[in-house]
Design a binder for this molecule. Structure first.
Ligand SMILES: Cc1cc2nc3c(=O)[nH]c(=O)nc-3n(C[C@H](O)[C@H](O)[C@H](O)COP(=O)(O)OP(=O)(O)OC[C@H]3O[C@@H](n4cnc5c(N)ncnc54)[C@H](O)[C@@H]3O)c2cc1C
Ligand code: SF4
Length: 312
């Protein structure tokens, strides 16, 4: 049985207290549902001596607003409640589908949206026990100095494996971060760096407090599709999120993003631009999907899934 390392566990009652504790204790980490962090700690993937729980923060799970004015989701809302939430049943359906496609019911009951956005990028050489990693000589993400995937690489290529991140990008979501230096709000895309180790622009003392979905002035549809080895269980091999705003059957704006194809979620909106001003028929959708595929130089399945998602 894998055991957790010895840890101090703190449970602050306010965001200000949580951020102060993080700032005063370098090496501390926040924990929400713990469904990503706890297995990673058992495998000694981080050197952490203190966990700061976000579970006692007030209003951390609130979901407010409406489609016309925008929806604000507390970062502590669980994946299960978001998968079934009425406010995510219409234009923001991609986020509900993404949350509902994470792992198993047990993980979705505990896992939160904030934790899902910040899931640690994954790699077959890294998401292993300490003894396994020791046997292969470790890698630069933890305890070693080379990349075992690409031995001459100066960087880590671990893969962004969050289901909600591409949905957040496609929906034009923003996140609010609160830290000891104050509060800032930024596009969800700006939360990520293209690096398997330093994968977020969030400072260590900053808590994601909320995710904001922008107001939808007219009709919008969105969808998230996921490819994985075991449908009941697994992280994505590929995630595709597309959101399309419509004017009387004509595409006003099309946005999309891919997950699990790089160290950050990849925005493919530029490749969906030919849809703008069009009444998309199958040939146009196929053409756009092909261009997203070729231009990204990504998994050939990306285009096929993009076409299927855009046509729904
Ligand atoms: C068997 C299994 C299968 C899984 N399958 C999937 C999958 O298919 N897709 C997927 O996306 N994930 C998957 N996961 C990973 C994980 O369960 C989910 O991503 C979950 O949403 C993580 O949320 P959490 O609240 O448990 O995060 P935690 O584990 O508590 O935290 C994850 C990270 O986020 C940070 N963090 C959490 N909340 C905040 C916040 N509000 N502000 C700042 N930092 C924060 C933590 O410090 C940590 O770095 C799987 C996990 C397991 C064990
Ligand atoms: S991609 Fe990153 S995690 Fe994987 S072996 Fe290379 S350095 Fe390690």
């Amino acid at each position: 049985m894998l055991r957790l390392p010895r840890l101090h566990y703190l449970r602050p009652r306010s965001i200000a207290e949580a951020t102060e504790l993080a700032a005063q204790n370098p090496g501390a980490m926040f924990i929400a549902g713990g469904t990503d962090l706890v297995p990673n700690l058992k495998r000694r993937q981080f050197d952490v001596t203190m966990l700061i729980s976000l579970n006692a923060l007030p209003d951390g799970r609130r979901v407010d607003g409406d489609v016309q004015h925008g929806v604000t989701i507390g970062a502590g809302a669980t994946l299960d409640e978001l998968a079934h939430h009425d406010l995510l049943a219409g234009p923001f359906r991609a986020l509900a589908q993404a949350c509902g496609s994470v792992s198993t019911p047990q993980v979705r009951y505990m896992g939160t949206l904030g934790g899902n956005l910040l899931v640690d990028p994954r790699c077959n050489y890294y998401n292993q026990t300490y003894s396994w990693r020791k046997a292969v000589g470790f890698c630069m993400k933890k305890d070693g100095d080379i990349c075992l995937v690409a031995r001459s690489s100066p960087r880590c290529w671990a893969v962004s494996s969050s289901d909600s991140a591409p949905a957040a990008l496609a929906l034009g979501a923003e996140v609010t971060l609160q830290g000891v230096q104050g509060t800032r709000r930024m596009a969800a895309a700006a939360l990520y760096r293209d690096d398997g180790i330093e994968y977020t622009t969030k400072r260590a003392d900053e808590v994601i407090t909320a995710v904001h979905l922008p107001a939808v002035p007219g009709r919008m549809t969105s969808a998230y599709w996921k490819l994985r080895r075991r449908p009941a269980f697994d992280f994505p091999i590929l995630g595709v999120a597309v959101a399309i705003a419509w004017d009387d059957g004509v595409v006003r704006e099309a946005r999309g993003a891919l997950g699990a194809v790089g160290s950050h979620p990849v925005d493919i909106s530029a490749f969906l631009a030919p849809l703008q001003g069009a009444r998309p028929a199958e040939d146009l959708i196929a053409e756009v999907a092909q261009s997203a595929d070729n231009a990204c130089g990504l998994d050939p399945l990306a285009g096929r899934l993009t076409a299927q998602v855009a046509s729904r």
